[in-house]
Design a protein around this ligand. Structure first.
Ligand code: 9WN
Length: 449
């Protein structure tokens, strides 16, 4: 791969295009992921969006996170979706499906009862350090910290088993909805919900790029089951309960950010660092030495789901002094190896596929079963940098941001060609392009070796 960091003039054009997407998708208090396909606020989207927005307006980035944090449930959970009821016919399941107002402890705004991966504390920290003055002036950390504490407490008290790992109760909670990690567990889930299955998503992305009708039946059935048990995390027979590597790695990374936040507020960061170490130690149960990655575990059977997915690599975001000895190197080897970036291969991808490139059932256009996603690639690049591989990370910034702009900020891309799939003008693609272009542009307009 010869392309390296983008040059300054190219970056200026790309930044303008990405900023325009974020402006169009901004609704006054938050940014929708996409105006057609995803017309509400999504939890981990807002965190990634804020990471990009901080370069354009620290205030807007704070407002983005504030609005999500203010939709917190009494038990601390941050909801997967905060609904704009004016658009309730445009996405399914709708606010009417969840009826959150009838559920104990729900916030004043309509939301789902599910959650998404906890990347928020890290996003809050990155937004804070971007503009200390604006953060201080608006008391951003003071407001965010207690809410983040409650959020992490929810994960520990309501989602973690005695062994310390947090489980997801629905594939949507992993953020990697139709990942092959969930196939075997979903096989146990009935596929005929009581509610009619609406698919407004298919107006905005082709059926071959979205989860199937069969999967949607199971998604709705599971959501109904969780809702009908009050979203209370007390259903002993809930048929989908898996320890997710994405959720747990981001939880650990966010605990390190919580330590920074606590210390910036004059409080003790040590309990958060201990919590990160505790989560990482628990994640040993998910380590698959053969694949060189973390995998999922099905709580119903206790079995590991031995499939390599991009989410299994995110522990790379944790520094060597938190990871077990040699683990950082092992993860770097897997990221650069033939299952993902295949740096020594004949046709290396421009971005890491979401699923093992060596798996015969990889589909480069189908959602979380092969395409490359910008948030995951951004996380991998951060992880490579955290492990001293800035040289490698730099090589991907140009190709990745080029693909983002050329394809009109697609939701996901073919990892090898960069061809866009899913919806376009997708907010986190634009936001993370803003972040990469703002931080890693080559000032002279020449290639970096
Ligand atoms: C369900 C909003 C979300 C992302 C997820 C992505 C997709 C939703 C869907 O879009 O999921 O949450 O309807 O497919 O998988 O990661 O947060 O962008």
């Amino acid at each position: 791969m010869t392309t390296t960091l983008p040059d300054a003039p190219g970056a200026t054009t790309a930044l303008a295009a990405a900023s325009a997407v974020l402006r169009r998708n901004w609704g006054g208090a938050y940014t929708v992921p996409a105006t057609g396909l995803y017309p509400h606020q999504w939890s981990w989207d807002s965190a990634f969006i804020a990471i990009g927005l901080r370069h354009l307006s620290a205030r807007r980035a704070q407002v983005e996170l504030d609005s999500l944090l203010s939709s917190q449930w009494a038990d601390g959970r941050l909801p997967q979706i905060v609904y704009d009821t004016r658009r309730d016919d445009d996405y399914a399941p709708s606010a009417a499906f969840w009826g959150s107002a009838d559920l104990p402890g729900s916030p004043a705004v309509p939301t789902t009862g599910l959650v998404q991966p906890p990347v928020h504390a890290w996003a809050v920290w990155l937004v804070h350090v971007q503009d200390l003055r604006e953060s201080g002036r608006r008391r951003f950390l003071e407001r965010a910290y207690p809410r983040l504490l409650a959020w992490h407490r929810y994960l520990r008290d309501r989602r973690a088993a005695a062994d310390g790992l947090a489980a997801v109760v629905h594939p949507w909670e992993s953020g990697t909805d139709n990942s092959p990690l969930w196939d075997d567990a979903l096989a146990r889930v009935p596929g005929v919900p009581r509610a009619a299955i609406e698919r407004p998503d298919l107006k905005h992305a082709s059926a071959g790029e979205r989860p199937s009708g069969k999967e949607y039946g199971k998604y709705f059935w599971l959501a109904e089951r969780y809702r009908d048990h009050g979203c209370a995390d007390v259903d002993p027979e809930h048929p989908f309960l898996l320890d997710d590597p994405t959720t747990n790695a981001l939880w650990a990374r966010s605990e390190l950010a919580m330590a920074d936040i606590a210390e910036a507020l004059g409080q003790d960061g040590a309990p958060h660092r201990a919590e990160a170490a505790r989560i990482v130690a628990a994640m040993e149960m998910l380590w698959d030495d053969g694949l060189g990655t973390y995998v999922a575990r099905d709580r119903a059977t206790g079995a590991l789901v031995r499939k390599a997915t991009v989410g299994g690599l995110l522990a790379l975001l944790l520094p060597d002094d938190v990871l077990p000895a040699g683990r950082g190197d092992a993860l770097v080897r897997t990221v650069l190896g033939r299952r993902f970036l295949d740096v020594d291969g004949a046709t290396p991808p421009i971005m890491a596929p979401s699923y093992d490139a060596c798996a015969p059932d990889l589909d480069p256009a189908l959602y979380w079963r092969g395409p490359a996603w910008f948030n995951m690639m951004w996380l991998l690049l951060e992880g490579l940098r955290a492990h001293g591989r800035t040289d490698v990370a730099d090589r991907y910034v140009g190709p990745m941001t080029d693909a983002a702009v050329r394809e009109d900020f697609p939701e996901y891309v073919n990892p090898w060609t960069g061809a866009g799939h899913g919806t376009r003008s997708f907010s986190w693609t634009a936001a993370l392009a803003v972040d990469l272009l703002s931080r890693h542009t080559h000032p002279e307009g020449a290639d970096t070796p």
